[in-house]
Design a protein around this ligand. Structure first.
Ligand code: G3P
Ligand code: CA
Length: 336
């Protein structure tokens, strides 16, 4: 009987330790509750117990690093109303065409799309209302200062997870986005793998450039994550040879969830790809995106958001999740 109890206790300890190793990354902050990438959304994510808070990073005309999902302003701000003459031929408003001072005059809103009548419509109708309250674009530096400030005032140890967004586009415009991000990380004390920071990008050649050129030049050795946005686009990279090669310089991968469990899966017959097994074989962490609680954003093979988290964290065994709802992911992970 005593042996049985010890075994049960031992197993339970192992299971808890294992679960605690899995990280929750607040995707664009607590973006399920507040407009993405606003300081308010980041503070909320911190308070909800996220292990890491994500920053998508782009560059302004005057070389400032700002935290925005992509290099366009016209789906999360009122740039059309404030600067109607500043769009490019494609009708879009590029961050890189505006100074930081100009961008600070914009109001940030919950993400929207433009419908067939030219009206703004919320992408996630159940989330924070459009054009309410008072949110502004901020720099990467200000966000790091928020997180480091909260680490000091609360005694916490939350990490950062910056993404170099469209670095090739920035280079074509004469701006080295990844270099600027890495220099900022170094200035704020994130210089090697012992620090709680991951540098991520979708662009494979850029991640190699970061590893081969930028990190040695800057005398840095931070953790690197290769994002992957679909099996077709990343077909060569997700072969055994591709993963093995990637493990030579990356610390982890960030695939879309459909690359791990096919969207055509049924609850009773999950189609789990071999991507996680291959990544783990070569020592790569796996942090898939994006875990959203809305029923319309949940794959049909999952009965609930908890079920989706169970499939990925417990059945498949990923090492962390990017979630718009860090509170729910932390609660599930911790079994509380
Ligand atoms: O970086 C992980 C995830 O955020 C990738 O998707 O488009 O939200 O940046 P996206
Ligand atoms: Ca991202």
């Amino acid at each position: 009987m005593r042996i049985f109890v010890l075994i049960v206790l031992g197993l339970s300890f192992i299971s808890t330790a294992f679960a605690a190793d899995k990280v929750v990354i607040a995707h664009r902050g607590a973006s399920g509750y507040l407009p993405e990438h606003t300081i308010a959304a980041k503070a909320m994510a911190y308070a909800m117990g996220a292990d890491y808070i994500e920053q998508d990073v782009v560059m302004t005309k005057d070389g400032r690093l700002v935290v925005l999902h992509d290099h366009l302003l016209d789906r999360v701000t009122d740039v059309q109303e404030k600067f109607p003459d500043r769009k490019r031929e494609d009708g879009r408003y590029y961050v890189i065409d505006f100074t930081y001072a100009e961008i600070r005059t914009l109001n940030v809103s919950e993400r929207y799309r433009i419908d067939e009548n030219g009206e703004k419509v919320a992408v996630f109708p159940g989330r924070f209302p459009l054009n309410k309250s008072n949110f502004k674009v901020h720099t990467l530096e200000k966000e790091i200062e928020l997180i480091q400030g909260l680490n000091k005032s609360t005694g916490g140890d939350v990490g950062i997870y910056p993404e170099s967004k469209s670095p090739a586009f920035h280079l074509s415009e004469g701006k080295d986005l990844s270099r600027a991000i890495l220099m900022t990380l170094k200035n704020y004390g994130y210089s090697d793998k012992s620090h709680k920071a991951y540098f991520q990008t979708f662009e494979a050649e850029e991640l190699k450039r970061v590893y081969e050129n930028l990190l040695p030049e800057l005398n840095m050795n931070v953790r690197l994550v290769q994002l992957m946005g679909g099996e077709d686009i990343y077909a060569d990279m997700i072969t055994e040879e591709g993963i093995k090669a990637l493990s030579g310089y990356a610390d982890g991968i960030g695939p879309s969830i459909g690359m791990i469990v096919r969207n055509s899966s049924e609850k009773a017959a999950l189609q789990i790809t071999d991507l996680v097994a291959k990544a783990h074989k070569y020592g790569l962490e796996v942090h898939p995106y994006t875990f959203r609680a809305e029923s319309f954003a949940t794959p049909k093979y999952a009965e609930s958001f908890d079920d989706l988290l169970d499939i990925f964290l417990n059945q498949v065994g990923v090492d962390g999740v990017f979630s718009d709802f860090p509170d729910l992911a932390v609660k599930f992970r911790d079994g509380s």
